[in-house]
Design a protein around this ligand. Structure first.
Ligand SMILES: Cc1ncc(COP(=O)(O)O)c(C=O)c1O
Length: 385
């Protein structure tokens, strides 16, 4: 059916109608006083969402641009960096660091498992010469549904003193608590198509005072992503280059919605949706790719379909019969898992619908090893709690 597709992927995420309508306005000039006024409000609300009194830069790019911007501004060619990788996105930051000639020390964990905080502590404490200049890690590894213990690792980075933290919070910011100032985070990157509830095209990067000092020291060549230009423009509620004005219209609206909801209810809602999804999948007898509840992502849940059902078949059945799009795996898990996004403009109704569609699709594909309605019932039980 036309226009009926519902995205249950971890981004782009569903968009509220009032944000879609806001984008339908004719754009004002990006150097106009009208636009500066909007940017002033947006910047203040971005600081609220990041829980910082520092700067939050808006970039015309996707989330990857925010992290690349942090890397090229914080580091100089040949710098030693510590990178945590337990999935596709952690691996991406290794690739970026290689491209820019950084000396990489890798802390890895298998797909589906959290990074060891101890490994960070040991590596950072062993660096008595303070040669590690940055620690790069992904807070919520979207490819697997694992949230790394950023709070603990951030404490070790602060104790090291020299290294700055570069955090990929693309699917955690706005879904999970990321108190930038309280945890002393230096660079925190995220993207508009996730918890911000607007289309792809904008990225956000908070920068601490320590982060700005690193930007000044960096000898890395950079132009479009030279953050110092963005800082200067931000003081005048502007950006150095043309901002996608209509996306900012939508952002103004969704930040107001998030603020009205409040930080704690926002994080609780995501946790509740995650718990309902996990309970439902377990009730259907399916194996969660990350069985550890303590590190389970509030944004996305990955599950292994029954061995006789190929992931692609399950996804196409959900789409064909129920107009619901779920994501496949990424990296080494590309054809082994499917992923349910429950990030952004999502409510209990969406989880119940998604689980019902999963039950229906499994049934259509001839898999009947569960009591009909058991997944939906489990989800409803959690949602009612
Ligand atoms: C954890 C994480 N990091 C980085 C990215 C890359 O973001 P983008 O595709 O917006 O560049 C994503 C996208 O899903 C992500 O989930």
């Amino acid at each position: 059916m036309d226009d009926k597709l519902f995205l249950m992927i971890p981004g782009p995420t569903p968009i509220p109608e009032r944000a879609l309508l806001a984008m339908a306005k004719a754009p004002v000039g990006h150097r106009s006083s009208e636009f500066a006024k909007i940017m002033e409000e947006v910047s203040e609300n971005l600081r609220w969402l990041h829980q910082t009194t520092g700067d939050v830069i808006t970039l015309a790019s996707s989330g990857t641009g925010a992290i690349e911007a942090a890397i090229v501004n914080a580091c100089s060619p040949g710098d030693r960096v510590l990178i945590g990788a337990n999935g596709k996105f952690g691996e991406r930051w290794v690739e970026v660091a290689k491209v820019f000639g950084l000396q990489i020390e890798l802390i890895s964990a298998p797909y589906g498992q959290a990074l060891s905080t101890e490994a960070f502590r040991i590596a950072l404490e062993a660096d008595t010469e303070k040669t590690i200049k940055a620690v790069i890690l992904t807070h919520n590894e979207t490819s697997t549904g694992v949230t790394n213990d950023l709070e603990t690792i951030a404490g070790y980075i602060r104790a090291h003193g020299e290294a700055v933290s570069i955090v990929d919070a693309v699917t955690s910011l706005g879904a999970t608590n990321v108190p930038v100032d309280a945890w002393g985070l230096d660079f925190v990157g995220s993207g508009s198509q996730k918890a911000y509830m607007i289309p792809p095209g904008l990225a956000f990067l908070s920068v601490s005072e320590k982060g700005w000092k690193a930007c000044e020291r960096s000898t890395m060549p950079r132009f479009y992503f030279d953050l110092r230009q963005y800082r200067k423009a931000l003081k005048k509620n502007n950006t150095p280059f043309t901002t996608p004005v209509n996306l900012v219209y939508a952002l103004q609206v969704t930040l107001q919605m998030l603020k009205a909801e409040g930080l704690e209810p926002l994080f609780n809602r995501h946790a509740h949706l995650r718990d309902a999804t996990r309970a439902a999948l377990r009730a259907l007898g399916l194996n969660l790719f990350n069985p550890d509840d303590a590190s389970a992502s509030a944004a996305i849940t990955a599950v292994l379909p029954p061995s006789e059902i190929p992931c692609a078949k399950l996804r196409s059945t959900m789409k064909k019969h129920f107009d619901i799009v779920i994501a496949g795996g990424q990296g080494e898990m590309e054809s082994s898992i499917v992923r349910f996004g429950h990030l952004g403009f999502v409510s209990g109704r969406d989880i119940v619908t998604g689980i019902a569609a999963l039950e229906g699709s499994l049934h259509i594909l001839g898999y009947d090893h569960f009591a009909k309605g058991s997944g939906v019932t489990a989800a409803l039980d959690v949602l009612a709690s």
